[in-house]
Design a protein around this ligand. Structure first.
Ligand SMILES: Cc1cc2nc3c(=O)[nH]c(=O)nc-3n(C[C@H](O)[C@H](O)[C@H](O)COP(=O)(O)O)c2cc1C
Length: 169
């Protein structure tokens, strides 16, 4: 991976996150977990370049995010949907996602985790976490739509500072 300046990116992140999807990964060489995510954003807050990630607390990945200071967002291109199919439907509690998918971990100088398959990785430092709550919805129809039935718990919102950007060589 080679380091690039964030300002050189010309990504359409609405498309990249929403259609290509990304892997949210936290942990280190000693142990990490990764999951597919298609909700999130990139922006500018507190005079820093930031990303917003939405993670349901029951995800195994959330345990790693909670313990870590950093997480990474890895974009694998559209050719790796099979990896996303596994990482987005199976839990690291039950399977070894690296073994199952052929993901090849790479470690940044800071010790954070990305993958050889990633065309782009955002290395991010946690700044803020909060829970989505029913009370805060202005459009209450979203509650039933996304948190009713078997959907799962309200997401945790992580706001993270994009500290380094990596592209495949
Ligand atoms: C396309 C797609 C997008 C997803 N986006 C999110 C997301 O933004 N937030 C989230 O908490 N789960 C999301 N998931 C679900 C998790 O990836 C899934 O529950 C995964 O198995 C969790 O793995 P873990 O328990 O090893 O962390 C998504 C799944 C798919 C297939």
């Amino acid at each position: 991976m080679k380091k690039v300046e964030l300002k050189t990116l010309t990504e359409n992140f609405v498309e990249a996150i929403g259609k290509e999807w990304m892997l949210v990964t936290a942990g280190s060489k000693e142990g990490f977990n990764t999951m597919t995510a298609s909700w999130g954003g990139i922006g500018f807050l507190w005079n820093k370049p930031v990303a917003f990630v939405f993670v349901r607390p029951e995800r195994y990945t959330n345990e790693f995010i909670e313990k870590a200071d950093y997480l990474t967002l890895s974009f694998l291109g559209t050719e790796n949907k099979q990896i996303h199919a596994v990482c987005g439907s199976k839990s690291g509690r039950d399977i070894d996602k690296v073994k199952e998918t052929g993901l090849k971990p790479l470690f940044t100088p800071q010790g954070n985790v990305s993958f050889e398959q990633a065309r782009l990785t955002l290395e991010c430092k946690k700044l803020y976490v909060s829970d989505i709550t029913a009370d805060s919805f202005i459009d209450k129809s979203l509650i039933d739509k996304w948190y009713g039935g078997s959907h799962g718990n309200f997401h945790k919102v992580y706001i993270v500072e994009i500290t380094d950007v990596w592209e495949e060589e």
